[in-house]
Design a protein around this ligand. Structure first.
Ligand code: HSE
Length: 435
């Protein structure tokens, strides 16, 4: 559907945390948007399963009948903010089939059915805006599609889950418990309806599938991404470790794609990203290192990104980019993924050893035998139970070799319980390609 009219009709599906923010901006900033763009953006229908929503926006037509609100011929843009892959998928399909442009924040839907929806949109001369699906209010998709179009992107590294970052920040900086921090993230509206999506790292993996796909011009499935969440971290390591990071990088002709808790050096700007903030580093062959920072979750930051998409559909920018750019999941080739064992990284290992002669020699022998070179070893005094915590950091090593060495170390009768293994990122050195 061409968006040529000066008045853009909109249906908002789902008027919760983000949907409410979108309707607020579109109504309160109507004049600002009109003076800036020459267009008026009119919310013609709000659809929600909760009729109480109608009381919040009495001047806008409310209905529980999504199909009718989508089909209204005056509606050009359908904004899907229901979330999840159930009814949201059904309504997006309905809207695209009717030739309506769709704006969505739904990363689960895009990560699972993106290819199908993009191809459906193409068939019906519609388009999809999804800036709010990754990094909340940070215009990261716009940066990749437009600002960095001169670059071959070699890596994206960052923090993409506000809930995890908030939990870790509150625990490390303010001494909160995990449960208290998670409850507060839910109250503040950062967390997904099912917060296990956040803390398991899946939400971040879905975002990496979307961003990595655009940046590397490849179709990435969630299953291509190695996943470790913050839900298995222990307090001791949280104090030392920091953030839930994600990394996508080119290694020769393959992509290394991973989401896991990561140690970053305190000099690294990522170490200062706290609360619900997100940060994304992109490395382009021409520009080098660029960094994008902002609120990654919450009503108004996400609404800011949704409204930007609505405006860009109205201006014709998104429909045009969608037609021309060959980076969307329905046109890109499937990603060639580097097997996780081939990953080269630095590692943090924390083991608990019995305070007996020769134990450290056995541990370092297992590491040496597997070609792993140590960068630092820290051993504290033994406690009453006659065990010593030992923290080892390594130089760059192969993931497969580290796993083999850890299996040998954990089989030693003098080492118990299982060794904790986290990865360390030294950026931008690691991705700068000498530029
Ligand atoms: N649950 C997500 C987060 C919301 O915490 O980052 C934004 O995608």
């Amino acid at each position: 559907m061409a968006v040529m009219a000066n008045s853009i009709g909109i249906t908002v599906l789902g008027c919760g945390v983000v949907g409410g923010g979108v309707v607020n901006i579109l109504t309160e900033q109507r004049e600002l948007l009109r003076s800036r763009t020459g267009l008026t953006f009119d919310v013609l229908h709000i659809v929600d399963k909760n009729p109480d929503v109608a009381k919040r926006f009495p001047s806008i037509a409310f209905t529980t009948d999504a199909s009718a609100a989508i089909a209204d011929p005056k509606v050009q843009i359908v904004v899907e903010l229901i979330g999840g892959t159930g009814v949201a998928g059904k309504f997006v399909e309905q809207a695209l089939t009717a030739g309506k442009h769709v704006v969505t924040a739904n990363k689960s839907l895009l990560a699972t059915r993106g290819s199908e929806f993009f191809s459906l949109a193409r068939k019906h001369d519609a388009s999809i805006g999804f800036e709010a699906s990754c990094g909340g209010g940070i215009p990261i998709i716009n940066a990749i599609l437009h600002g960095l179009s001169a670059n071959r992107n070699d890596a994206i590294v960052g923090i993409l889950n506000g809930t995890c970052n908030f939990i870790l920040s509150q625990m490390t900086r303010h001494g909160w418990s995990y449960a208290q921090a998670l409850a507060e993230a839910q109250k503040a509206g950062f967390a997904e309806a099912d917060p296990t999506l956040d803390v398991s790292g899946r939400d971040t993996a879905q975002k990496l599938a979307i961003l990595g796909g655009l940046a590397f011009n490849a179709r990435i499935a969630e299953s291509d991404i190695h996943l470790e969440g913050i839900d298995t971290l222990q307090d001791t390591d949280i104090k030392l470790a920091g953030e839930l990071g994600y990394v996508g990088e080119r290694v020769k002709d393959k992509l290394s794609l991973r989401v896991h808790p990561t140690l970053v050096h305190h000099d690294d700007v990522l170490a200062d990203v706290s609360g619900s903030f997100n940060a994304v580093s992109l490395y382009g062959h021409a520009v080098g290192h660029t960094l994008y920072y902002g609120r990654g979750a919450g009503s108004m930051p996400a609404a800011s990104a949704v409204v930007a998409d609505i405006v860009n559909v109205g201006l014709g920018v998104i429909p045009l980019a969608f037609k021309q750019l060959q980076v969307f999941p329905d046109t890109a080739a499937k990603a060639a993924v580097l097997p996780f064992e081939e990953l080269q990284s630095r590692y943090y290992l924390r083991l608990t050893a019995k305070d007996v002669p020769g134990v450290l020699a056995d541990v370092t022998a297992a590491l040496g035998k597997n070609g792993i070179s140590l960068s630092a070893v820290l051993q504290r005094e033994s406690n009453e139970s006659k065990t010593v915590p030992v923290v080892i950091t390594t130089h760059l090593a192969r993931e497969g070799s580290v796993r083999k060495a850890l299996a040998e170390i954990d089989a030693l009768p003098t080492v118990t319980p299982k060794t904790v293994c986290l990865r360390i990122i030294d950026q931008p050195k690691e991705f700068s390609n000498g530029g």
